[in-house]
Design a protein. Sequence first.
Length: 427
Amino acid sequence: MTKLIAAAALVLASSAAVPARAQAPAGINGLWDAVIVAGGADVPFRFEIATRGAQAEGFFFEGDRKIGSTSGSFASGALHLDYEFLNTMLEARLVDGQLVGIYQNKRPGSRPQEVRMRRFTTVTSDSSDAPQVAGTWEMRRVQSEVSAPRDTRTWQVFLRQSGAEVAGSILRVDGDTGTLVGGWRGGKLVLSHFAGERPNLFEAEPNSDGTLAVTLNGNAHYLVVRSSEARAKGIPEPPDPSRYTSVKDPTTPLQFAFPEVMTGKTISNTDPQFRGKVVIFAIGGSWCPNCHDEAPFLAELYRDYHARGLEIVGVMFENDPDPKVYRPRVQSFIKRYNLQYPMLYAGTTSPTPTSKTIAEALPQIVNFGAYPTSIYLGRDGRVRSVHAGFASPATGEEHTRLKQELRELTEKLLAESVQSSAPAGRP
């Protein structure tokens, strides 16, 4: 535990040491300018608190969308908030008009992160000379910091701008950062994101050739180039999410047999409910931020196309093999998005003595590398397409384009008969 986190924990534990005037519930309702310490970097985020009596609710923001706590309290200057669907909690104490505390995942062994909050204040900026960065960019780690294969991959950056204010997202093959928000301050572009998960700090300075020198989270450096100029400046194309993952033999039906999360009943590809149906085999996990981004879209597809022959199967790889741990989280995931299709437990993200990993549970899959990954099966059970990751609403037009592409794929598969649904090309 860092000294900062230890100090925050001490504040929480030592209520007797806090002056009486700081403990009085002087009212904490409204917006707060908050910071979470992640990887040594101070990541700013917006937060809102609403209290009624001793009950409290705390809201993160994903862009303009509020993400509220599932339960909470505020009494004697102490704030406690639970986020059941994230398996996290926030604890803070009101000290001299500020909230100081920790944010922590409830999973055993998780380390708390320091959180500080001050009352929200409006920041004015001069937009007359703010560089224009709206559009699509590509970014790559500087060569001197390349130490692993993932450091060689190109990421996409989508930026929107109004005056000096900027919002956007970074899209990797395994998903995106959520909505980065901020703007130009003193010649530097500073964007950040934290909505209960995915803390990110994006700091950019313009280079003389129109590119951006970007630092992520205070320690990783990237060259960011407009997409139209990326190849000329030596940045390779980003991975194609529709070709990143495949299967060993696309002429063989995808085989699966896993227990349903809540009932334990085994559901398999040979069950009558899937015979002659188009199936989306959605691999994810309740811990996975982009799985939360994808779930509303899958619920939408199921609602719109189930009557025409679409089935969806959620296949969860959790980060704990204990049913007492993963079942409540998956149940919360199902409830939050009102998912009507079956949700199966397939294993864990890391090896354990009692669970299987992706490679063991689904040996037909080649080069799995992203949660979520959704596999689209034709009416004959064969793999027709595999899509790695998911571009969330934070990516703007890319999110709209992806949803339309996957809708059109679903409609195409539904229009085929069983006899005509042979695989077409590489999935």
